[in-house]
Design a binder for this molecule. Sequence first.
Ligand code: CAP
Ligand code: MG
Length: 412
Amino acid sequence: MTGIEYADFVDDGYEPRDTDLVCQFVLDPGEGMSMVDAAGRVASESSNGTWAALNVPDRVTELSATAFDIGDGEVTVAYPGDLFEAGNMPQILSCIAGNIMGMKAVDSIRLVDCEWPEELATSFPGPQYGSDVKTEILDAEGRPATATVPKPKVGLSTEQHAQVGYDAWVGGVDLLKDDENLTNQSFNRFEDRVKQSFEMRDRAEDETGDRKDYLVNITADTETMLDRLELVAEQGGGFVMVDVITCGWSAVQTVREHAADHGLAIHAHRAMHAAFDRLDHHGVSMRVLAQVARLTGVDHIHTGTAGLGKLENEDTPGINEWLSGDLYGLSDVLPVASGGLHPGTVAPLLDALGQDIIVQVGGGIHGHPDGTEAGARALQQAIDAYQDGVDAATYAEDHPELATALEKWGTG
Ligand code: CAP
Ligand code: MG
């Protein structure tokens, strides 16, 4: 038997093993605590220690986490792979981002980044398509894919919603997208919306000759999501949208399994992420949330607009780079830039993030003075201008829809 107490969870010279899940935290120790005291409590509480010293068989200490690299307000913690259940994201998060977020030993603590060991990472499926949606489901090779959310967010009737979709598709947008707070309300029922929108989609495809699709928000309790997913598949859709933070990762894992049965890609919206990641000294970073999303198998995820637009962002380029980087052969994830974008923001956005993204523009299309179709054309013209290496204002000289958009919202 060995006694384990907080100090046993600290070893500043520790060298992580290939099988460890290695997590970086920033933390502010609680009153009267040194960094080492706080770090030991974090490693203990998130693995197999508690406030009381325990006498345990030696085997148990092999599952203990180790805090090392303890710096000024920073600590790295290595978790033995065997601490985790393969393929169970809620279990992993209950350890590495669980009780420690509220323990008195820290005034604040933020999980900043993780390095995932191969065995644990590959116990998850990862995305089915990732950036391949651009060629396998859409005709968006060599350019950013485009999406639009009808605005107002809620309140359009089913017919109005489907009409907005049609106007946007024929104006050049690839993807219609439901807003996060539109699911199955009395004024716009899910089943009718899906059926009518796909009828319009088929018309737009016939007229344009391009593949068009619809990011259908199936967000609900998990059973209902699976029913909705079946309906989308029956109607010939290629995508379902899940609001991954509000639904939870368990639901995402279940949807991923069923989506694969139908070859449906998953679009991850991230409403409520800012409750975890907005404070830079507390919570869970967007970088880690994006890692979790990739492992659990979403094909797209919103990662922000590199500081443009209406919402606060955490390091969009760095997160996107991680999403496209190697992860033991798991597919990449296509990032979605969204939030206050309009045609005038296209050039700085693509400069910052490259073209392997989805550009989602809601208000910046539907708020166009000449309506949705003109707004969609203006967006496409801004992308064409960028690809031709011409600045938007010059391109607008003989592209009236873009000219009107730039006049209304400016550039950048
Ligand atoms: C954008 C949007 C998206 C946000 C999500 C909205 O509309 O539909 O939900 O961009 O934020 O409801 O605000 P606009 P994020 O294009 O009209 O701004 O991508 O940061 O997760
Ligand atoms: Mg929205």
